[in-house]
Structures are given as C-alpha cells and as structure tokens.
Design a protein around this ligand. Structure first.
Ligand SMILES: *Cc1c(COP(=O)(O)O)cnc(C)c1O
Length: 420
C-alpha cells in the first residue's frame, strides 16, 4: 500500500491537537489554492471560463472566500446555500442556482441575488414565472438518458431524477424565448466521482452537439455550457487524479470543431465541481479510544460516521494514516469504527494497518468534500470543528464544534417538565 501525502507531520499535528480537541476536520489552504490555480490555467484558452464551487461539498464561508479569490463562483442548490452565498457577499452571475424539486422561496431568493437560474424541469419555467418572474438569462439541465452511462453514486441517467429530456430541451428554450428570455445557457451533470478524463470530453461533445441543434432550430445564441461537477479524486493511493489538461485539450478540440466551425463562438465553459476542488485537501483527525479484539480486531475512534458518512453510505474507501507509524509494516487487519449504535459505523473494514494503540492519532484522508457537510446528529453526536491550516503554518478555527446547547437548542425542556 502506497503512502498518501499529508500537509503536516506528527509533531505539527500533536501541536494542533494540544489547542484543538479531536475530532476535527482540517483543510490545507496551500494545496487547495494551488489546485484552484491549476484548474483555471488548464482552461485559460476559454474566455470567461469559470468554476462555480459546489458549496454543498464544504459549506464554509472561509473556504468560499479563498476560492472566490481565485475567481471561482458558487454553485447553490438550497436556501441555506443561497444565504451562505449572500453572507460571503456573492451576487449576480457569480452564483449558479442548480436545484431540483425547488420551493418558490428559493427561486425568489435566487432572483433577488441575481443568480443564474438553472432549471431542472420544463414545468418550472411556468412555476418560476408565477412565483418569481422570469430572468433575462436562463439555463436548463439536460439529462441525456440512454446516451450516457452512469455510475454508483449518480446511477444511470435514465433512472436519474434530474434534468430535461432531449425533446423537453427544445420545447423549453422555445417557451422561454417566446416568454421574452434573452440570454441562454445549458447544463448537464452525468457523473459523480469519475476518474476517466474521456468521460468529461464525451459529455462536452453531447452538450456541444445539442447546442448546435437547438441554436439552429430555435435561432438562439448560447452564452455558456456548464458541464457540471463529478470530477473524481484519487481516494486510493494507486489511483491517478483526473488530468485536467487532457480534459481541457479534448474539450478545446471539440470546441474548434463544433462551436467555432459553426459560428457559435464565443461560448463560456463552466464547471460546478465540489469534490475535485476541496476533497483531497481535507483530513478528519481522530484519536484512538479503544482497541477491541473479538472475532476481529477493532480500532475505535473518538469520531464516527456522523463526522464522515461516505464509507457507511457508499462503502467508499478513505485512506487512513496512523500518525508516526507510516513506515511500520501494515500487517494488522482492523475494522476502524466509531461509536454509533449502528454496525455500519465503520471508516474501514478489513484494513491492513500498523499496530494501533489507544491515543494514537489517526488521519482519514480526502474529507474536504462531502465530509463534514454530510454530518448528522444521530445518537446525539456533536458535529466537529473545522480548522484551516494556512499557507504560513498558522491554524485557524473556521467553524467551532457543536455544543450540547446547540444540539438541544430546538427543545423546550421547561414545557416538557410540565407536560403530563
Ligand atoms: C453535487 C453536485 C455538484 C458537485 O458534485 P461533485 O461530485 O462534488 O463535483 C455539482 N452540481 C450539482 C447540481 C450537484 O448536485
């Protein structure tokens, strides 16, 4: 098993833990920013290129500010996420609102902020008009159905609840044009955690072809193609990250062939990635509470699936480092567990690790996206703090840990005391 890099060593982590009790998620600012720059550089050929960070992956205003400094927009899909965008001071077309089954208030908020609205259903053209009015710029989410295979997290497009059919795309833009919408964008997202660069090139081809057909038939001009999120990350050390330069090169070739050659230039390329932006730069840090030996060996941590749900939810692999024991033989088979009354509460099953002892510091890798944000409070587990390791080595608490007062804040114990 190959090792995975960490932005801190054991001494540095012990120092951090002396000021911040475990468990916590810690994010690596330097790694995150270098990666954001690489993403922008890869697509610098495309004027107006923009990545809208899918804020659900790590909804923290500090992280959003760092990414906004790199020119990133924000991708929101709920009221809370729109409110967060507003709090960070984001407005207008730096916000993409890609929602589904959307309540009227969320459309009203998105309109108030001037966000780009990306509809998930043809019927929502009328719903939006009725509840919030129609914007000048609109985008629709395309579901290519059988044209494109899916994967385990997102399923097959035909079974997916998202987006318009091909026929609905034509019909939808026609209706929007008739209703006076002036500017048009298009969106699709058919991947999740996909590591094959060709997948994103094929997706671009499907979208460029569709742009060509719709522009011709309806005589409208598209301003942007949003290719969604879904760029995978190498959770396993033997995996390779998606080569963004290769994705970009492939998309550029198609752009010349389909967009430029047909007089459809300029078209801005957008992404709304979450995982690929912050995923590899987050770490869940825990202490070992107990080692248990029954029919198997268990290493019980002071965190649980409420801090990181992906292994229990999808059987997802997250690399684990036992700090200071990186060079020891990984010859002990462990289930690494949390304390929920739920046998699924395991970060790893049958994982070969060095011998673990109580108080060892254990780092679970790649928790920077869909990690803390997927947390929950089952069994009354409190959600952990989030820390940022700054480029200069300083550590900033960017979210405090929950307290029991937070947890019980929605209960009225006084009324309950008098309840017969
Ligand atoms: C979740 C989501 C994303 C981000 O997905 P990643 O896999 O984190 O890149 C982008 N857009 C929409 C609409 C999503 O639901």
């Amino acid at each position: 098993m190959l090792a995975k890099n960490l932005p801190f060593n054991k001494e540095k982590l012990e120092e951090i833990c002396s000021n911040h009790p475990t468990p916590f998620h810690i994010y690596d600012e330097k790694g995150m920013i270098e990666n954001a720059k690489k993403f922008n550089e890869a697509f610098s050929w495309n004027e107006g290129f923009r990545e809208f960070y899918a804020i659900k992956a790590a909804p923290n205003p500090f992280l959003m500010k760092l990414l906004r400094n790199q020119g990133f927009g924000i991708d929101c899909s709920s009221m809370a996420e729109l409110l967060l965008a507003e709090q960070v001071g984001m407005r207008g077309e730096e916000i993409m609102f890609t929602s589904n089954d959307t309540p009227a208030e969320e459309y009203q908020k998105a309109m108030e902020l001037g966000a780009i609205i990306n509809l998930d259903d043809i019927k929502h053209i009328e719903y939006l008009e009725e509840h919030a009015g129609l914007p000048e710029l609109i985008s629709f989410r395309y579901n290519p159905g059988a044209l494109k295979g899916g994967n385990i997290i997102i399923g097959n497009p035909e079974d997916s609840k998202y987006g318009f059919t091909r026929e609905q795309m034509f019909e939808g833009y026609k209706i929007a044009k008739e209703k006076g919408v002036k500017r048009f964008g298009i969106h699709t997202m058919v991947a999740s955690n996909e590591l094959d660069p060709d997948y994103f090139i094929e997706t671009a081809e499907i979208i460029f072809d569709l742009i060509l057909d719709i522009s011709k038939e309806l005589d409208i001009k598209f301003e942007f193609a949003n290719l969604g999120g879904g760029i995978g990350i190498p959770y396993k050390s033997e995996h390779k990250p998606v080569d963004l330069n290769r994705v970009s090169e492939g998309i550029k070739n198609l752009y010349e062939k389909l967009i430029v050659a047909n007089g459809l230039h300029p078209l801005k390329i957008y992404f709304e990635s979450g995982r690929a932006i912050t995923g590899p730069y987050g770490y869940l840090v825990s202490k070992v509470l107990h080692i248990k030996e029954t029919y198997k060996k268990y290493a019980g941590l002071d965190s649980c699936m409420a801090n990181l749900m992906r292994p229990a939810l999808y059987g997802a692999y997250h690399h684990i480092t036992v700090m200071g024991k990186e060079d020891q033989a990984h010859k002990f088979l462990y289930d690494v567990t949390g304390s929920l009354c739920e046998n699924n509460d395991k970060f790893a099953i049958n994982r070969l690790l060095p011998e673990i002892h109580p108080d060892d510091l254990v780092v679970i890798h790649d928790t920077g996206a869909h990690g803390h944000s997927m947390g929950f409070n089952y069994n009354g587990k409190l959600r952990s703090a989030e820390l940022l390791l700054r480029e200069n080595g300083e550590v900033v608490e960017i979210r405090r840990a929950e307290t029991y007062d937070d947890l019980f804040g929605t209960l009225d114990f006084d009324t309950a005391a008098n309840f017969e």
